[in-house]
Design a protein around this ligand. Structure first.
Ligand SMILES: Nc1ncnc2c1ncn2[C@@H]1O[C@H](COP(=O)(O)OP(=O)(O)O)[C@@H](O)[C@H]1O
Ligand SMILES: [Mg+2]
Length: 263
């Protein structure tokens, strides 16, 4: 289903004119990007293009040199409980159970503590959503790579995110587990209606799960491509092949220019 029809909906997450750099070099040089509720936007880009920087800015972890982040029209001034970020490394604390690792994501600085009953209910719902209800009491060392990544996703979901930010979350998983996680992600985005940004270096992953794929290059969004291909996408090789060609060429072009000396 195309979500393009919802074009009049206000953006859940809006990045406007984002600039950020180090040592006189602007890594991000005026990035504009909007993501609607329930929309999944993948970000592709060469290594060093600024993908992780952009996600950290969208999470409120670092402030941009210029530009603004808005969540539901409200300017982001720092981290928020309902803006969740997850990485390739699930970052589980080895001495805590799965359940406690998920609950750990609910200790917010500068926010009133959640009542115990609410916290427990959120953890249980999140574990259910990722298919780990049976593993609540497992220790991290008892988990496969896929289960660890599900736990990390549950930790993000327990925050009841309005915005979900994922930085190469499945990059370390084997092919079959990754396919499972991609299906799970689609289901989670549909169920939670979180505005989701997925950074990935895997073009096929981007093509399989996204409503739009953006190529980050030369400090901005070099290509913003709608993927209007019905599910199940793995059966749509031809339609995806044509889109893949456009993405690869945009990536090559952005890499060539990124490598050029800065003016
Ligand atoms: N805290 C920092 N200090 C200095 N340079 C940084 C910092 N964070 C990122 N960079 C630089 O910004 C560029 C983009 O980094 P990053 O956002 O991690 O790229 P990507 O995730 O696309 O690979 C890189 O050149 C990196 O070295
Ligand atoms: Mg990165």
């Amino acid at each position: 289903m195309s979500r393009g029809a919802l074009a009049t909906d206000a953006a859940r997450l809006a990045l406007r004119g984002i600039r950020m750099g180090w040592q006189q070099r602007n890594v991000l040089d005026g990035v504009d990007l909007e993501v609607r509720a329930g929309e999944l936007v993948a970000i592709l880009g060469a290594s060093g293009a600024g993908k992780s920087t952009l996600l950290r800015i969208a999470a409120g972890l670092i402030a941009p040199a210029a530009g603004e982040v808005h969540v539901d029209g409200e300017r982001l001034e720092g981290t928020r409980p309902d803006v969740a970020l997850a990485f390739q490394d699930p970052c589980l604390l080895p001495w805590l159970s799965v359940e406690r690792n998920v609950a750990f994501g609910l200790n917010f600085r500068r926010q009133p503590a959640l009542a115990r009953g609410i916290r427990e209910a959120r953890v249980a719902t999140a574990l259910q959503a990722v298919g780990l209800a049976h593993a609540a009491h497992f220790a991290p060392r008892q988990l496969s790579g896929g289960m660890a990544q599900r736990t990390a996703l549950a930790r993000a979901l327990a925050r009841e995110p309005r915005t979900l930010l994922l930085d190469e979350p499945f990059g370390a998983l084997d092919e079959v587990t990754r396919a499972d996680m991609q299906r799970l992600l689609l289901q989670v985005v549909r169920d939670t209606q979180a505005a989701t940004l997925l950074v990935t270096h895997d073009i096929d992953e981007a093509l399989l799960v996204s409503d739009r794929v953006c190529v980050l290059g030369r400090g901005g969004i070099a290509l913003d491509l709608a993927i209007d291909v019905p599910a199940p996408r793995d059966a749509q090789v031809q339609a995806l092949g044509a889109l893949r060609v456009r993405l690869v060429s945009a990536l090559h072009e952005s890499m060539a220019r990124t490598a050029a000396p800065q003016s």
